[in-house]
Design a protein. Structure first.
Length: 192
């Protein structure tokens, strides 16, 4: 039985065009987490908090920072590491990742994963909202790679995640956590 699950997970990873495994998911508990972002030793600071919403469902918000050594001339120790997504063909800068859902299903979630070269990649999963919140619907994965601008006079931040590709899930899901597990072999980023 275990062999069949392993083979199924391998086919799911091959379909997604990625070599991630469940053990490559970066743990992100609520609070502050330090983790390497790049193989060159760049440390990241992840801040995950909860936004309570008593009228409906609460949601979590993740912000990412790069930690750098500072000097008198450069007093900014934490640098916001935004995501550059596409919105109607134009780059859209986002400084936080929101994970939300209903009582039955997660509709939007993320995974931070270590790639083969040890850099961190962000994968977002979004479920189509066209159907009822408790029914299966189309899920889309977005992959973001960590970038460092090459031009010193660039208006880009020193570190940012840029959309590398978008891929639809093969099946429909109510919960994007199930889509992450079944399609990409990626488990949750928090321990139960």
């Amino acid at each position: 039985m275990k062999t069949r699950r392993t083979i199924a997970a391998m086919f799911g990873l091959m379909w997604a065009g990625t070599t991630h495994a469940a053990d490559n998911v970066v743990p992100v508990p609520f609070g502050i987490t330090r983790t390497p972002l790049m193989r060159n030793g760049l440390m990241g600071v992840l801040a995950l908090g909860w936004r309570e919403n008593t009228a409906a469902h609460g949601f979590s918000v993740l912000t990412l920072y790069a930690e750098r050594t500072t000097s008198e001339a450069d007093s900014h120790g934490f640098l916001v590491v935004p995501l550059f997504d596409k919105d109607k063909g134009k780059d859209k800068e986002v400084s936080e990742i929101v994970s939300s859902g209903t009582a039955d299903c997660m509709l939007h979630d993320f995974r931070l994963v270590r790639t083969e070269n040890e850099d961190v990649q962000i994968i977002l999963a979004d479920r189509d909202l066209g159907k009822s919140a408790d029914e299966d619907a189309k899920v889309t994965f977005k992959y973001f790679d960590l970038q460092v601008p090459t031009a010193s006079d660039s208006n880009e931040p020193p570190y940012f995640f840029k959309l590398a590709k978008t891929a639809p899930a093969k099946q429909t899901y109510c919960d994007v956590g199930e889509a992450f597990q079944k399609e990409l072999g990626l488990g949750p980023y928090q321990k139960d």
